[in-house]
Structures are given as structure tokens and as C-alpha cells.
Design a protein around this ligand. Structure first.
Ligand code: ADP
Ligand code: MG
Length: 284
């Protein structure tokens, strides 16, 4: 490889118990941050039939992941790239509600996504809110699960039910981001409530990724379709995003290849093989 840094693949699902907590805002702004750190980034809009990632990236799409899942077009026809170089897969918005996928459609989407295994090293999936079969599909297929909440009690309760369900489906670990906080304490206190409750139930491990303040700049950035990193320059919001971005990558997933159903399995297996191979070489 010449001139590019080789990075191990991470597929991060950004999920939440309820809608409107800031998943899309955080996904898109994290994409910009990761890209500024030298990652090759792919954003998957998981809100199939009800997405908004393409409009927030100032792009209109003729075809979407729904068409890919239905076998209408290959994924190459849907893959887009922003002027700054972030790849993304639009979800389409014609249906007005997040559609479910049949098993056949999941398999089609799964193998089509596999053909993009070398497009990016950092994949962010903006999942549908709450418990949806499409969310389960994406979460199960990711290396990392991140759950966004706000400090509000309604959001915390939804987060707890969401994590309980995911735990019952075999998920072992989730990182928590607290969005729309008033101060640092708001983030850690909210996390502690979640962590204590999840701990009582057992079965799942949660770790604190960080918090992001409630700030009017976020609302303006959406209104003017401008990423926070551009809008804010090197202001304080960029610092929060950077911290979250680094924290997500700090904790390597416990079991990177965790189930038989996972995106980019061939690449993950190849990387695992290379790591073992290198370790053996060092040991010789
Ligand atoms: N940190 C924040 N500060 C202020 N407003 C926010 C913040 N995060 C999100 N918002 C507002 O909440 C709205 C919903 O966010 P969004 O990312 O679309 O939620 P979700 O994808 O979880 O449904 C945004 O349009 C924005 O107006
Ligand atoms: Mg959203």
C-alpha cells in the first residue's frame, strides 16, 4: 500500500431506544470527524424507505438501499460520495415509514454490501429508532453497537428497554452516548443510571462513550445543511465530537467476528488471519 494508512475495519451501528435523540446528527458529524482524521468513511442510512442522510448531505438519489434489497439495482448504482469524499448509501424516503425486510431481501442486501468491503475502514450505520427488524439486522451485522440517549427520563426508559431486547438477542456490549446535555455531569449521571439498571439485569456490558451538549448551533447546522465541523471551525463542539469519535475506537470490540451473520466477514477474517500471522512471525 502506498500513501494510505491501513486501518482495521469497524462497522458501528448508531442506534437508540426512541427517535429524535440525535442519531442522524451525530452519525453525520462523526463521519466528518473520522474523515478529517484520515479514515475512509461509509455512512449507511438504515432508515429504509424513510431516510434523510442524502438530503442532509445535499444530494438527491434516484435509487436507494430499498431498491438494492429488492434486487432492482446493484449497490454500485446507489453508492454516493460527498464532495469531501465521504461515501454513503441512501435509504430512500418515498415510503414515509421505515420498511421491514423479508429474509430474501436481507440476504440480497447482505451480499450486495459485501461487495463494498474495501470501500471504507469506518462504517457508520444510522439505524431506525427503537426496536425494528431492520435495526436488529444492522446491529447484528456490526462490529460495534452504540446507543444514543438524552438525559430525559423518557429517553432513558426507552434506552433500557432497547438494551434489554438487544441483550436477549445476544448483544453483549454497547457504548452509550448522552446527547443534548446541559453539562458534563448530565452525561455521566445519565450513564450511571443506565449502567446500574443494566448491571442489575446482567447479560450486557455498557460503557460510557461521552456526551454532546444541547446547542443551538446544531439546529442551525441542520437548517443550513452545514456540518458542525465546517460551521464551527475548531470550536468547542468539535472537541466533543472528537472525544466521542476516539472513544468509540478506543475499545476494540470484544468479539469482532461474533456471529455467522455479519457484514464484510471475508475482510474481517482476512484481518484476523493477518494479525495472528504477524504475531506468530514476531514470536519466531
Ligand atoms: N445536541 C443537540 N443540540 C440541539 N439540538 C439537537 C442536538 N441533537 C439533535 N438536535 C435536534 O434534534 C433533532 C433530531 O435529531 P436527529 O439526529 O434527527 O434524531 P434521530 O436521528 O435520533 O431521530 C435535530 O433535527 C436537531 O434539531
Ligand atoms: Mg434519524
Amino acid at each position: 500500500m502506498t500513501g494510505t494508512v491501513e486501518r482495521k475495519l469497524r462497522v458501528v451501528s448508531i442506534s437508540s431506544g426512541k427517535g429524535g435523540v440525535g442519531k442522524t446528527v451525530l452519525t453525520l458529524n462523526l463521519a466528518h470527524i473520522y474523515q478529517s482524521l484520515g479514515h475512509r468513511v461509509l455512512v449507511i442510512d438504515g432508515n429504509l424507505g424513510n431516510g434523510n442522510v442524502d438530503s442532509l448531505f445535499r444530494s438527491l438519489s434516484e435509487y436507494s438501499l430499498v431498491d438494492v434489497a429488492r434486487g432492482v439495482v446493484p449497490i454500485g448504482k446507489v453508492l454516493k460520495r460527498t464532495p469531501s469524499g465521504i461515501f454513503f448509501l441512501p435509504a430512500g424516503s418515498a415510503l414515509g415509514t421505515t420498511t421491514s425486510l423479508t429474509t430474501e431481501e436481507k440476504l440480497t442486501l447482505f451480499s450486495e454490501l459485501d461487495s463494498l468491503e474495501d470501500v471504507a475502514d469506518l462504517v457508520l450505520v444510522d439505524c431506525p429508532s427503537g426496536i425494528h427488524d431492520v435495526t436488529l439486522f444492522f446491529v447484528r451485522s456490526s462490529t460495534d453497537l452504540v446507543c444514543v440517549t438524552t438525559p430525559e427520563i423518557t429517553s432513558v426508559i426507552s434506552t433500557l428497554s432497547f438494551l434489554t431486547l438487544l441483550s436477549s438477542r445476544g448483544e453483549k456490549e454497547a457504548g452509550i452516548i448522552v446527547n443534548m446535555t446541559e453539562d458534563d455531569g448530565d452525561g455521566t449521571n445519565t450513564f450511571e443510571v443506565i449502567s446500574e439498571q443494566v448491571g442489575k439485569e446482567g447479560g450486557m456490558k455498557v460503557h460510557y462513550i461521552g456526551h454532546f451538549p444541547y446547542d443551538y448551533t446544531v439546529i442551525e447546522s441542520i437548517r443550513f445543511l452545514q456540518p458542525l465541523v465546517e460551521k464551527e471551525g475548531k470550536g468547542h463542539l468539535r472537541g466533543y465530537l472528537l472525544n466521542i469519535a476516539q472513544e468509540i475506537l478506543r475499545n476494540p470490540p470484544e468479539e469482532k467476528i461474533k456471529k455467522c451473520q455479519q457484514f464484510f466477514t471475508r475482510r474481517l477474517l482476512r484481518e484476523e488471519h493477518d494479525t495472528i500471522f504477524k504475531a506468530n512471525e514476531v514470536g519466531q
